[in-house]
Design a protein around this ligand. Structure first.
Ligand SMILES: [Zn+2]
Length: 440
């Protein structure tokens, strides 16, 4: 089994025509279930003037209304505790995994017993895609518990016949002790935490060559596909680093890179992936960046139909060099639609600042984008806070950062140096934007 190139080869290399026919069959079934068993979906479809029978091709999915996070929150408040989008009866429920609540009240998501099996199956597949094999020792530094990724990767690692260290996203010193012994071959965590672990490893005088880690997969936030970040993680931990993506409403670990590193492969037999223009709300052209919209084809408990993720991505449906036919998003998640910064007429995302900051070896990995109101002019001000490893390099590196930002973001925000160690190190997801602007 260990030498097999694919897990579920008949699924991951399925001709696209066949895959699309499977998606359409599953979409029709899912839609009928939702229409018949969920007041939430029935009302939405009636309001949009569409019935399940109107969906005759995958293209017809555009007739269906989007589901947004704020709408789920309202539904949950009106019909507590789970809302009427909980389609399957309570006796089928197995686990509760709410969203993190970083943008408001957490949205409750349910996994049925059947969902747990499916999630375990597709997570095992995505882990196989980036190179996990039976016998690997996995240091699982994803947060366990309510957050989705810790549990799913744990179940999948067990399913694959691996030995798991379920440490979770904490105890950085012990993470490092375990890297030495028992010495995992695979690490899973957020990219921010990977950089933090690498920084502590260096401070403790441990060389990446002293630990047996082979690969790492990093999700929960973007970054693993930013070349400078990937390079820092790979060098800092002595591994090959891969990108991974999931979200609470849809599920954990629904896409991962393969050894070609040509984008994250979606589990398209379980999900219908669309890229939609953020303003016109029409489908994007192939390769165009837009908002990722996802439909559950098989999820039982709280299925999402056209969920507006607010994450930005592009889609490539061409067969990958690895032989897999499931579509990829090159570059992974490219930002959050609501994280766009508009400054002096230019529009940019934190990921672009990350590219510049992490390409300069004089700087630490941390940065923060501070938005304020100029007290004299009343206009918006934007300052990038960075840390220089050695104070004497500040004057030399300042013009390089400014030049990099101008090239990447088409605008030059202010740059402010803070002492090394000032910016928050995280074991979870980094908060990159601090908005202190005066609101009218
Ligand atoms: Zn591939």
């Amino acid at each position: 089994m260990k030498t097999r190139k694919y897990l579920e080869p008949e699924v991951v290399t399925m001709p696209r025509e066949k895959l699309k026919a499977l998606q359409l069959r599953r979409l029709k079934l899912q839609l009928r279930r939702c229409y018949e068993n969920s007041g939430f979906y029935k009302e939405k479809l009636v309001e949009a003037g569409v019935r399940p029978n109107d969906i005759r091709s995958l293209g017809d999915v555009t007739l269906l209304p989007f589901v947004t996070k704020s709408e789920l929150r309202e539904e949950q408040m009106a019909f507590p505790p789970f809302g009427r989008h909980a389609v399957s009866p309570s006796k089928t429920w197995a686990e509760l995994h709410p969203s993190t609540g970083t943008t408001g009240i957490p949205v409750n998501n349910l996994w049925s017993h059947k969902d747990v099996k499916l999630i375990t199956q597709w997570t095992a597949r995505t882990m196989w895609t980036f190179g996990v094999r039976p016998g690997d020792v996995i240091q699982n530094a994803f947060s366990y518990g309510l957050w989705v990724a810790g549990m799913s990767t744990h179940y999948a690692a067990r399913e694959l016949g691996c030995f798991v260290i379920p440490i979770g996203a904490s105890m950085t010193e012990r993470q490092i002790d375990y890297l030495l012994t028992p010495g995992p071959t695979v690490i899973l965590c957020t990219p921010s935490y990977a950089l933090h672990i690498a920084e502590r490893l260096k401070q403790r005088g441990i060389s990446p060559e002293d630990i047996p880690l082979r690969i790492g997969c990093f999700g929960g936030e973007g970054g693993a596909e930013v070349p400078a970040t990937r390079d820092k993680i790979e060098k800092g931990l002595g591994i090959e680093a891969f990108d991974y993506y999931g979200l609470a409403e849809i599920g954990p670990t629904i896409a991962s890179e393969c050894p070609e590193k040509a984008g994250i492969h979606w589990v398209e037999d379980h999900l219908l992936i669309e890229i939609v223009h953020p303003e016109t709300r029409k489908p994007c052209e192939p390769g165009e960046v837009g908002v990722l919209v996802i439909t559950h084809l098989t999820k039982e408990a709280t299925p999402m139909i056209r969920y507006w993720t607010n994450d930005l991505a592009k889609l490539d449906e061409r067969k990958c060099g690895c032989g897999r036919t499931h579509a990829r998003s090159p570059g992974g998640i490219l930002g959050r639609a609501d994280d766009m910064i508009v400054y002096k007429g230019a529009k940019f995302y934190p990921v672009q600042v990350e590219k510049v900051v992490r390409s300069l070896c004089e700087l630490s990995d941390e940065f923060c984008i501070e938005l304020t109101t100029d007290p004299n002019l009343g206009t918006d001000a934007c300052t990038i806070l960075v840390e220089c490893l050695k104070e004497e390099d500040i004057s030399r590196v300042t013009p390089q950062i400014k030049h990099g930002l101008r090239e990447e973001c088409q605008v030059t925000p202010e740059v402010r140096f803070v002492p090394f160690g000032t910016l928050e190190r995280t074991t979870f997801k980094a908060k990159r934007i601090v908005d202190k602007r005066k609101k009218d």
